[in-house]
Design a binder for this molecule. Structure first.
Ligand code: EPU
Length: 345
């Protein structure tokens, strides 16, 4: 039975710890709760919005909307062969706990994505990625409620349009409400070690278990613990620039980290740009960029969304002034009526 709460404080449910009150809120514990919640919102003439782990969102102080807080649990094996396994994981399972569980069961593939905050259901939305892999590479399909066609659907991986921090779910917010993700994992270890010093950190022990541990170690040294320093991970996307722009910049800044893309564009490291623009470890009021990783914005002291917006605009301008690159924020920003801001700034 769906229980609707009113005037719900969401501060504990978003990792940036923004003070945000939702006019209406419900926990989604099973498939049918989704249908019931959307029906309630329609009758009450409210927009609805999905809240997952709250680790990639910017919330306004008051949300006049129905918040669907995903809490569907369960891990079920769909298919098992000598070489691979397909496993259905419910949207409300914790991402990192599932990665640890998969490694324990000797289901290999996701080890580079250990310690990413958030829930499983959000992982395909922005196609989470770290240390040389993206989750889309290990997704067979996604099961979701299609609120446009009013039916449950299974989208195969190639229909999900996975790209860097992007998917069809991000493209059309609120059309698909993800119920579960079917992962395609392997029975033999897959060691993707191309990222920076991961190979060296592995030493002699070239195992998936050690890979997972080294990723955890690297993340723990570079990234702030959201429980201590409220944050949403990387605050800006790594920008893609044209090869011509890259050539001009690299003549001036030969040390600029860069990654040539198959489409000819060049991805540059936003963290480096922010640091060079003087913002590493710098604050403006309650909000600042973290001292060990300039790409992470931290709420140091009860900041509001307005404070966050003010500070990140300063960072954007500083980077633009120096490099003529406009950084695009990564988290999803909600408007007061529960819809998503198309352009974050
Ligand atoms: N760098 C600096 N100064 C900084 C931060 C980074 O000079 O303050 C330089 C580093 O020295 C390195 C380059 O920038 O040469 C890239 O830095 P890093 O390896 O730390 O990765 P990133 O590009 O900053 C991306 C993801 C992270 C992911 C890491 C590891 C994005 C927006 N971020 O960060 O994802 O963990 O790679 O693969 O793509 C997240 O999305 O929340 C996230 C943490």
């Amino acid at each position: 039975m769906l229980e609707i709460q009113t005037q719900k404080q969401l501060q504990a449910l978003n990792t940036l710890k923004l003070n945000a009150i939702a006019s209406h809120y419900c926990k989604i514990n099973c498939h049918s709760d989704i249908v019931d919640a959307l029906e309630f919102a329609k009758n009450a003439q409210l927009n609805s919005m999905v809240l997952s782990g709250g680790s990639n969102v910017l919330l306004p102080e008051y949300l006049n909307a129905l918040v669907l807080h995903m809490n569907i649990k369960g891990i079920t094996i769909f298919k098992e062969t000598d070489t691979y396994i397909e496993v259905d994981v419910a949207a409300g399972e914790t991402w990192h706990e599932f990665v640890l569980y998969s490694t324990k069961r000797k289901w290999y593939g996701l080890q580079n994505l250990a310690l990413i905050p958030g829930l499983v259901g959000a992982s395909p939305v922005q196609n989470i990625g770290a240390y040389g892999i993206e989750v889309g590479e290990f997704i067979e399909s996604v099961y979701a409620y299609d609120s446009l066609c009013k039916t449950f659907v299974r989208l195969m991986a190639d229909e999900c349009e996975f790209a860097y921090r992007h998917s069809i779910f991000k493209q059309y917010p609120m059309r698909y409400i993800i119920v579960s993700v079917r992962f395609h994992l392997y029975t033999t270890a897959r060691l993707t070690l191309a990222y920076g010093d991961l190979k060296t950190a592995m030493g002699q022990e070239q195992t998936a278990e050690n890979l997972q541990q080294q990723v955890i170690n690297i993340r723990q040294t570079k990234l702030p613990d959201p429980l201590v320093y409220p944050n949403v991970g990387s605050f800006f996307k790594n920008p893609m620039i044209t090869h011509t722009q890259y050539q001009q910049l690299s003549a001036q800044f030969p040390n600029m980290p860069n990654y040539l893309q198959p489409n000819g564009y060049v991805k540059v490291a936003a963290g480096w740009l922010v640091e060079q623009a003087g913002w590493k470890g710098r604050r403006s009021g309650a909000v600042g960029m973290f001292e060990h990783q300039a790409l992470v914005l931290v709420n140091y002291d009860q900041a509001t969304l307005q404070d966050v917006q003010y500070t990140y605009a300063l960072v954007q301008h500083a980077v633009h002034e120096r490099f003529s690159i406009w950084l695009e924020p990564e988290p999803v920003r909600f408007l007061d009526n529960g819809t998503i801001a198309l352009h974050i700034d």
